[in-house]
Structure formats: structure tokens, C-alpha cells
Design a protein around this ligand. Structure first.
Ligand code: TA6
Length: 306
């Protein structure tokens, strides 16, 4: 039995809804032991994930533009219906730029044991304006769940409510907060092929036995295993990312030169962040009319022994 007293277990998980400084609704999830996550209806975006001791685990740039419709630089932006920039859609699609709604009556999620878990269901319907740039009717539901031991999971369900098929790419664009990028190692991507965005998306094979960082990295690892670990040596902690329905993993750090060129990114902030995104990019998800896709990611934190 872990060190938490029985009393902790009896405290309830809480869900509080409030307005942020721009008058946009946000939801604070709190686990019985004090871990928390904050989700904004601006983009359906997780903006904060904290340990029981109140430590922030996600990076947000001090220069982030928090005003809709800007995409907020940090937390976990939702990239849908595309990843990257192609055609008339904005970079990474429009889901992260839209105001979502709280879904009061979501279709039941199988095997979601929601006892003593803090969770919220959000909903994005295909906004009319977007039908002009992406002519497909969809319903996008996302459940953000904080478990009793502080694990954060996001479950996206996207249904084609169109009369014709459509395809989309997707990513949970996760900004992990790290102590120092040169002290970080990523395991779980060994031997995989990847598309290198720094070399015209050319395909390479990962040779190393772990990924470490000495310069800009911008890759999409393909058909990965369902668990990836991000070791933060200095803070002696490891993020573990488990995923379902999301075969690819994006790894991105802009490094110094690119960070300086990004308006909503502090010049030195690249040292304190690493994006490791559960994604479906190489093979877009194809949905026939009426079909629904589910993409799930679970983030947990383990203390590293070394
Ligand atoms: O591969 C990740 C990436 O596409 C990078 O090329 C960089 O553009 C990053 O996403 C951030 O994109 P954003 O639109 O959030 O600035």
C-alpha cells in the first residue's frame, strides 16, 4: 500500500469551471491527492498539469499569445484535421484555434471507470466557417481525465457525420517541461524509421539506442510502439507516454536559432521544453460516413531511480 493515508482516498475528485483572463471558460480538474489539470475551452487545450506538490509538468512560453483565436504556445494543443501546413488550412489545422463547448451528455465511453476520477468532456462541431476550408461535417469529442494518482489522459473521438468519407491527420502536440534539454533522453523510438522535417521529410532510420539533444530536432517517428519515455536526468523524473490509435510520435525542439525566429517563443526557452506528440500523420485516418475514430494518450510521471 502506498504512503497515502486512507483519508486521501476518501477525498473527492473535483471539477471546477471558471473564466480565464479573456473571459473564456476553463476547467480545473483536481485529484483526491491534490494533482491538477487545467483545460481551456479555447482550443480544447490542456494548459496545465501539476503534481500533488503543485509542480507544473507542461511548458508554456512566457511569450504565448493567450487571446483567441491564437494557438497558445504550450500545454497540449490539439492538431486537427492536419499536422503541419498544407493548402488553405492553417498550420496544424483549426481545432486548437476554436472555442469548444462542454459536452453535458457525451455518448458513454467504454471501460471508462470514472469513479473518483476528475474528468471533463468537451465537444467541437464542424463550425460553418470551417466547412468552407474543410468541407467535412464531423463531431469531435474529447475527454480529459485526471486519475486518482495524477495520470493525465486525453481520449479523442472523431465521428464522420458527413455523407461522404474524409481523412485527417492528428496530434496531441505535447509540450513537456524539462530541466535542461541537454540532460534529456527519449527511449522507445530505437530502430524506428522517421521523416525528418529538417531534410524535406526524407525518411531515415533511428540508429541510436536513445534520443538525446544537441541541436534542432523536428521528426515524425513512424509506427512506433505504444509507450515512449522521456527521462529528465537533472530532475530525476521520467514522463511515460502511452497511446492507442496513434501510430506515430513527433519529436520537436526548435533549438536556439529557430526559437529566436518564433515570435511567441522566448530565445532561451528551448532549453526547458521538448515536444513529444502522440500522432497519426504518415497514414491519415480515413472515416466513412458514420464511422468514429478514437485516439487515446495517457501521460504519467515516475521518479527515476538514477
Ligand atoms: O514538428 C513539429 C512542428 O511542426 C514544427 O515544425 C513546429 O512548427 C512545431 O510543430 C510548432 O508548430 P506551431 O504551429 O505550434 O508553432
Amino acid at each position: 500500500m502506498d504512503h497515502h493515508s486512507a483519508a486521501d482516498e476518501n477525498q473527492r475528485a473535483t471539477v471546477e469551471i471558471s473564466k480565464d483572463e479573456n473571459g473564456i471558460s476553463q476547467v480545473l480538474l483536481r485529484s483526491p491527492r491534490g494533482a491538477s489539470a487545467r483545460v481551456s475551452l479555447h482550443g480544447g487545450q490542456v494548459r496545465s498539469w501539476k503534481t500533488e506538490r503543485g509542480e507544473e509538468l507542461l511548458f508554456t512560453s512566457a511569450k504565448a499569445n493567450l487571446k483567441p483565436p491564437a494557438a497558445v504556445r504550450g500545454g497540449i494543443p490539439i492538431c486537427f484535421p492536419q499536422f503541419g501546413k498544407r493548402g488553405s488550412l492553417e498550420q496544424h489545422g483549426f481545432a486548437r484555434n476554436r472555442i469548444w463547448a462542454i459536452d453535458e451528455n457525451p455518448p458513454p465511453l467504454q471501460s471508462a471507470d470514472s469513479t473518483n476520477k476528475a474528468f471533463i468532456d468537451l465537444f467541437l462541431k464542424s463550425p460553418d466557417d470551417d466547412l468552407k476550408i474543410w468541407p467535412h461535417s464531423f463531431e469531435f469529442r474529447i475527454r480529459v481525465n485526471l486519475s486518482i494518482d495524477g495520470c493525465l489522459s486525453l481520449i479523442s473521438r472523431i465521428r464522420n457525420v458527413n455523407c461522404k468519407p474524409f481523412s485527417f491527420s492528428f496530434a496531441y502536440h505535447t509540450y513537456f517541461s524539462v530541466s535542461d534539454i541537454s540532460e534529456v533522453r527519449v527511449e522507445g523510438l530505437e530502430t524506428l524509421d522517421y521523416l525528418d522535417n529538417l531534410c524535406n521529410r526524407e525518411r531515415f532510420t533511428e540508429q541510436g539506442d536513445a534520443l538525446t539533444f544537441e541541436s534542432e530536432v523536428d521528426r515524425v517517428y513512424l509506427s512506433s510502439r505504444d509507450a515512449v519515455a522521456v527521462f529528465d536526468h537533472e530532475r530525476k523524473r521520467t514522463f511515460v507516454m502511452r497511446k492507442e490509435g496513434l501510430p506515430d510520435v513527433v519529436v520537436w525542439n526548435p533549438w536556439e536559432k529557430k526559437a529566436r525566429a518564433i515570435a511567441d517563443f522566448g530565445d532561451d526557452e528551448y532549453k526547458q521544453m521538448l515536444c513529444v506528440d502522440a500522432a497519426a500523420i504518415e497514414k491519415p485516418i480515413a472515416l466513412k460516413p458514420g464511422e468514429e475514430w478514437t485516439g487515446r494518450v495517457e501521460l504519467s510521471l515516475v521518479a527515476s531511480i538514477q
